[in-house]
Design a protein around this ligand. Sequence first.
Ligand SMILES: [Zn+2]
Ligand SMILES: [Zn+2]
Length: 466
Amino acid sequence: MTKVWKLQDTEELLANSSNGSFSCITIQTFIMMPLNASSPSQPLFIMAAFLGVVICGTIFYQTNQPVSETRIVLNPYSSVDWSSSGHYKAALHVHTLQSDGYHMLEDVVHAYRDAGFTILAITDHDWNYPNARVGWGHVPEEEASPYPKEPKPENFPANTTWPWTDYGGPAPEAVDMVGIEAAELTFRHHINSYFTDYGVWYERTGSEAPYGGIVNEENVEIWEDDQLFDIRESGGIAILDHPGLSQSHGFWDRKPLYWYIERFNTHSPDYLIGMEVTNTDRTADLQLRENYDEGLWDQLLAHFMPERPVWGFGTDDMHRLDDVRDSHTVFLLDEHTEEAVRDAMKTGQFYFTKSTLRLNFFDDKMSLFPSIESIFVDNDAGSISIEAGNYDTIHWISAPESADPINDYKTSDQPWPLGTIVHEGETIHYRDVQGINNYLRAEIIREEEGELYRTFTNPFGLINTD
Ligand SMILES: [Zn+2]
Ligand SMILES: [Zn+2]
């Protein structure tokens, strides 16, 4: 809770700006006053007035100079010591046999550990009973999970898969991992909840699909806002999952842009911290959904930055370990602890990746993503520089040209204009580049053997008071 978001910086800058103007007007009024009064020695007053304009002009120039141009007021990496902070690989959206995944928790934990992950959140669906895949005939009966054992958790079947030791897994610290209690809330727009045991079980009414009508015990409709407020009350944090999931999924209902704006307006960045930008769920058409999710992120950043950041997350939404498209999140931490991860989630102190490569966790082969060695923001020089490795190019992206829809959000996989690439290269001089609005983000990209590897930074917030 030390550093939540940095509106303070913006407020400080704006406060400095009005102080500057105030002192100028005060001096000007004071010096000009004698001129209006009838006076025997007018030349002296004219000289005083002239001096006043000079002094005033100087003060105005000095006090207002910093805010009369574009400045970075939100830098998610401002606390990172690039020479000492660790890069911790995180999987924040992962399923097991405890909902509709294919594997025991223990196998999942070890597969991720072996692939170099040191932060893991198991996000089993709250609306699946354990062994859903056994029931659907996808996993043989003899591989079914025997967990949870009797007595069942209080909120079964909407319980979280936590603690891991109750589900046949190791304690996170025994495998040198930070484990996060989590769930994928699935009755409405999918929401990943973290650091809470919250989960809901509503009897579905009238339809196979959750959107067909979800009610609580009193027959009152339950909506996303109810769930998000409950997450806040239970001390958790949340992100919105895979917005562009195809409408052809029976359990899914795509939302218009204004729906997302309303959610991020209604719920503070203290607990609704962001969205999945690169969910590579194997059932979705990766290429098509890309423009939907990334376009939505840029639209939201254009709307909300820098006052209300919407952090971007990358996940693989793993169900099968032998069929994954690599996408994950990397935290920049001084300490490998749950508290440090939670703080970093809220301040955006992480980056995320996505490749087109299809992975099998049982192979050794892993993606080699462009690495980030350092990010340096220099407001005096007006620049952001990224030192990276294993890359071909760096794209700098700012707000889309328009917020007007270009296609129907239900049927199109690109309903909104995408963010604008304003510059390419390691360093951007943001005062000299045209087309930059309220934020900038970078993508570090490499293409190799027909596969695309992308590393995404979180957004930097800018203000320009010209
Ligand atoms: Zn989902
Ligand atoms: Zn999922």
